[in-house]
Design a protein around this ligand. Structure first.
Ligand code: MG
Length: 375
């Protein structure tokens, strides 16, 4: 957990960070890092950033400016303690840290002329399997099946995920829908489709066991957040009783928290969100702990935007990232170009860009329209 992730030996020369800015264009927020004649970008989870930007500007950026980007891991640790930032930790803080981290990694990738995965590990995968996830709840099972068919067909997905329960609660109507969908998804998509389902913390232990057994009988591959995310004892009880792997972690903000989940086998698959959890390096530390315990670390992807790229680079260099990564489709994403990958899922696979850093170029016309956000 404590070992370094960033391969600093790739950078023989200093990599000064001259400035870090938050840019806004339309509904997109970008972090821009400039230094040594290079520019790195990340998309900063735009919907979170529209609210959280004062934390980015006042509590995060000042800790990184005028530093050497090669010391990213040390600076990151210092930024967590500086200004008592650890008291502010939570989604707005960690998303801000992640946005700065990824933009710095993009810049470092250009300095080393290597894709992001090569800075953080060994790239072993060029093609990443993806799953398409439905965000629907409360619709009729037949309507949900139609929707899942539509999104799966968009890119020939070999894996899907749908939602169970009523989000942090359940009732008779949601249970009827759950049990119907568990049967119908398998019946509709056949044995070849990998099927995941996410309860977003909807159940108590008895209901989680009832739903989990129905998922086992229909060969679902994992059961995400059966109980509220911080009900560790209950989730452990569910994981111990069921054969289907339990996935947990999109709300987890603590590295130690993940260590506890892994050590005590509270869940079987850990899912740090690359933005909510504070970026690539922190998430790779979780993946390493999971690997040591023989567990998968399948990141959660929030916010759309360029998140599909972050997930692709993560999975490219993390051996235990699991067979499918979350993919939200390309509607309304930031306009970027890439010479080395089509940037969309084809037959359920996403090709990882091989250019430096994130491996994409943001449309210059779009950047011209962007304005610097001031605190
Ligand atoms: Mg989830």
């Amino acid at each position: 957990m404590e070992g370094p992730v960033l391969k600093t030996e790739l950078f023989p020369n200093p990599a000064p960070i001259d400035s870090i800015d938050l840019l806004k264009a339309g509904r997109h927020y970008l972090v821009r890092v400039r230094g040594g004649g290079l520019t790195g970008y990340s998309e900063a989870h735009s919907s979170v950033m529209s609210v959280a930007y004062p934390i980015l500007l006042k509590r995060v950026i000042p800790n990184f400016v005028k530093k050497d980007a090669r010391q990213l891991e040390r600076i990151f640790g210092e930024a967590y303690v500086a200004q008592s930032n650890y008291k502010w930790q939570g989604l707005p803080f960690w998303v801000s840290m992640a946005a700065v981290e990824i933009a710095i990694l993009d810049l470092l990738g250009q300095a080393a002329k290597k894709p992001l995965g090569e800075l953080l590990g060994t790239v072993t995968k060029r093609e990443i399997g993806v799953y398409r996830a439905s965000g629907n709840r409360g619709n009729a099972p037949e309507a949900e099946i139609d929707y899942l068919k539509k999104i799966a067909a968009e890119d020939g997905a070999a894996a899907i995920k749908y939602r169970l329960g009523a989000r942090m609660r359940y009732n008779d109507a949601s249970t009827r829908r759950d049990l119907a969908l568990i049967e119908l998804t398998r019946k509709t998509f056949g044995e070849k489709m990998t099927i995941y389902a996410d309860a977003n913390g909807s159940y108590d232990v008895p209901m989680a066991l009832r739903i989990g057994r129905a998922m086992e009988a229909t060969n679902h591959r994992f059961f995400e957040e059966p109980a509220p995310f911080d009900y560790y004892d209950e989730t452990r009880e569910i994981a111990a009783a069921l054969k289907i792997p339990i996935a947990l972690g999109e709300e987890e903000m603590s590295l130690r928290g993940f260590r506890r989940i892994i050590e005590h086998r509270i869940a079987d698959i850990v899912q740090p969100d690359l933005m909510y959890f504070g970026g690539m390096i922190r998430s790779i530390k979780v993946a390493r702990m999971a690997a040591a315990a023989g567990m998968e670390c399948t990141p959660h992807m929030s916010g759309g935007g360029l998140g599909y790229l972050y997930v692709a680079h993560f999975a490219s260099c993390v051996p235990n990232a699991g067979p499918h990564q979350e993919y939200k489709g390309m509607d309304g994403t930031l306009p970027v170009e890439c010479a080395t990958a089509p940037l969309k899922s084809v037959n359920g696979k996403l090709t990882v860009p091989t250019g430096p850093g994130l491996g994409v170029t943001i449309d210059p016309d779009f950047l011209k329209r962007a304005e610097v956000v001031r605190g």
